[in-house]
Design a binder for this molecule. Structure first.
Ligand SMILES: [Zn+2]
Length: 642
């Protein structure tokens, strides 16, 4: 047992590491899940095995002391169908009946128990016979109601999920949203569930004193009691159901699903159909085909990113996967590339809207394959390359491609938000030697910009203005914009909140960084390395000289303003005059955070004009004439409750 445990730890840690350093999918998600679940099982049985090296002991470690709870009624799982014929067979058995179709959520299956209108307990489904008490975590989940109208006894099933956009923000060591949600809910720290945006969607009444005739009645009952319920449709048209299942497009959903659930809705018919010891006979799970396809690896090109990493890109014989045509995909890094040869027959796989990835099939080689040559010179600047496994690097800090990529990143909307500084402009600026690094953006002149193609006076002014207002960008956005490896939007926020200003951040130590929840060793190292680099420090020094904000502004932008009566949402406003408490840009971002449109200038179509208390302007008189509501700075202060 101990041996199995140790090898599981090693396998999962390796997989996490590969994934973290830009994914090396030698294992499918379901294989990974199996290993992880098995590891948890062993740890619960033999807590003495657990070492600090266990994958469960890292970020948001799993609470192995969760109490096991036996389900009053076993929570069965549905039989699966993947072929049209299997689905048709099932449907034909219930000809004439109505069926419900719901998405089969790919998260953590849970059950909530209520009595006398109060939640008593939340439990995982576990193996169907018993699960673990997760009340502590679910108490932090808003969509799991603590109180309900209904006063009798009630057990209700749902699925805990983390939306894909949230997952992309957090991710960390977790490979899929499913891993993340189960790691989060079973973590020692219950409040992680709230922080990471866990949501529950309910889909089944297990036990209830109230009797229902059919599923729709029971789901409406749940809705009426404040439970968020999965989307469902009801029909008795068998051909329609089959077409719906086959053609279902999951790419637009913001949560992962791995199929659809089809159930007979009528409860009498369900009772008549009965169950086996494993599955009810009145429902079936339609499992989606994984989207994959075989093709040939024709060629490799190389792309230089902003950190100097040169990434191989696979050029493929074009194939259709789902309805998307795929002609290239990433080769990730040198370790990953080592599994491939030119002319290889490979599998390309897409799951949900994840980018396509390649899986090698060395067993299919016939001798017509060639080894892939690793370039000795950077494809962009011609400097020597350097291998630091698993990556290939361009050794030239000033490589054009690196500089261009770092500028594009810096200017992005969720970084410094410099409108009109996109890829084309960045490329022109660097290639014409008008800028050499991100700090040079702030010494661009109108004369410089007028040299660019399609830049006339107005466009140049607009860009200069956008550059100027980016100086007041929040500290966390600046951190993200600097492009520190492994620091995403979320990591940047954590750093900003912990360190408050640039000077503190520059002096951060590994140990200090590791104390921050959600920051692991790899990330901590990247931060320290970044600020050790003289060149980076130099750029930061210049940014500071040019007046870029390098601290958290307490009480204003960083502090979340709680607004009780949001009169601004969906309206249009503008600010005029000089303010005692804010710069205009700060008012702009405040208002935008309330869902208010901040106009680019005075207009008759405004809903509000906010007037500075230090100095007013003639626009206020105009606004009075135009019937626009004027809000003084003091009124504004009290409206936003600060
Ligand atoms: Zn280069």
């Amino acid at each position: 047992m101990k041996l199995e445990y140790q090898s599981l730890c090693a396998i999962i840690n390796e997989q996490n590491h590969n994934y973290y350093n830009l994914s090396n999918p030698t294992m499918t998600d379901s294989q990974y899940d199996q290993f992880y679940d098995r590891l948890l099982e062993i740890e619960r049985q033999y807590p003495e095995f657990i070492t600090s090296d266990s994958p469960t002991q890292k970020v948001g470690s799993i609470n192995i002391n969760l109490i096991s709870v036996v389900h009053k009624i076993p929570l069965l799982s549905l039989e699966k169908a993947q072929k049209e014929q299997e689905l048709r067979q099932f449907l034909n058995k219930f000809k004439g009946c109505y069926f419900s179709i719901t998405p089969k959520l790919d998260g953590l299956s849970i059950k909530d128990i209520y009595d006398k209108g109060q939640k008593q307990l939340s439990v995982t489904r576990g193996n169907g016979e018993s699960g673990e008490d997760i009340t502590g975590s679910l108490n932090y989940v808003k969509s799991s109601p603590k109180k309900i109208k209904y006063n009798g006894y009630l057990e209700v099933r749902g699925e805990a999920i983390i939306p894909i956009n949230k997952f992309n923000e957090i991710q960390g060591d977790y490979k899929t949203p499913r891993n993340l949600v189960s790691g989060t809910i079973q973590a020692k720290d219950g409040s992680l569930s709230e922080k990471r945006g866990v949501e529950i969607l309910y889909y089944d009444v297990v036990i209830c004193d109230k009797k229902f005739n059919n599923e729709v009645e029971s789901l409406e009952f749940l809705k009426d009691n404040g439970f968020p319920v999965v989307d469902y449709i009801v029909t008795n048209d068998i051909e329609n159901i089959i077409q719906y299942c086959i053609n279902y497009d999951r790419s637009k959903l913001n949560y992962e699903i791995d199929g659809l659930v089809i159930k007979v809705t009528d409860f009498d018919a369900r009772e008549k159909a009965g169950s086996t010891s494993h599955h009810p006979k009145w429902g079936i799970a339609w499992k989606f085909k994984s989207l994959e396809c075989e093709t040939t690896l024709k060629d490799i090109t190389w792309q230089v990113g902003r950190t100097g990493v040169i990434t191989p890109v696979f050029i493929l014989d074009e194939v259709l996967i789902g309805d998307v045509s795929v002609s290239k995909c990433t080769g990730h890094n040198l370790d990953f590339l080592g599994n491939f040869k030119l002319n290889d027959k490979i599998i390309i796989k897409r799951s949900n809207d994840v980018i396509p990835y390649a899986i090698p099939q060395p067993e299919k080689r016939n001798g017509n394959e060639f080894d892939i040559q690793i370039p000795e010179c950077c494809p962009v600047c011609g400097s020597n390359t350097e291998i630091n496994l698993p990556f290939l690097y361009c050794t030239n800090e000033k490589c054009n491609s690196r500089v261009i990529e770092s500028i594009i990143h810096f200017a992005k909307r969720n970084c410094m938000n410099i409108e009109n500084l996109g890829d084309v402009v960045a490329e022109e600026l660097v290639n014409r030697k008008l800028i050499n690094d991100i700090s040079d953006i702030y010494i661009l002149t109108k004369k410089d910009l007028l040299k660019l193609p399609l830049f006339a006076s107005k466009k140049s002014n607009n860009l200069l203005e956008a550059i100027n207002s980016s100086k007041n960008c929040t500290f966390n956005k600046l951190i993200y914009a600097l492009g520190i490896s492994n620091i995403g939007k979320n990591g940047a926020k954590l750093l900003a909140n912990r360190y408050k200003n640039m000077e503190n951040l520059i002096n951060a130590s590994i140990n200090e960084l590791l104390e921050i929840n959600d920051i692991g060793e790899i990330t901590a190292n990247s931060v320290v390395e970044f600020f050790k680099n003289e060149e980076n420090l130099d750029i930061i020094k210049r940014l500071k000289e040019y007046g870029i904000n390098m601290e958290i502004k307490e009480n204003k932008e960083e502090k979340k303003v709680k607004i009780t009566n949001n009169i601004f949402s969906g309206r249009k406003a503008y600010a005029t005059g000089t303010f005692a408490n804010w710069k205009k840009d700060e008012i702009k971002s405040l208002l935008e955070s309330f869902g208010c449109e901040f106009a680019s200038g005075y207009a008759k179509s405004l809903d509000f004009l906010i007037e500075g208390s230090l100095k007013s302007s003639s626009k206020v008189d105009k606004a009075k004439k135009d019937g626009i509501k004027i809000i003084t700075e003091n009124e504004f202060l009290s409206l936003i409750g600060s």
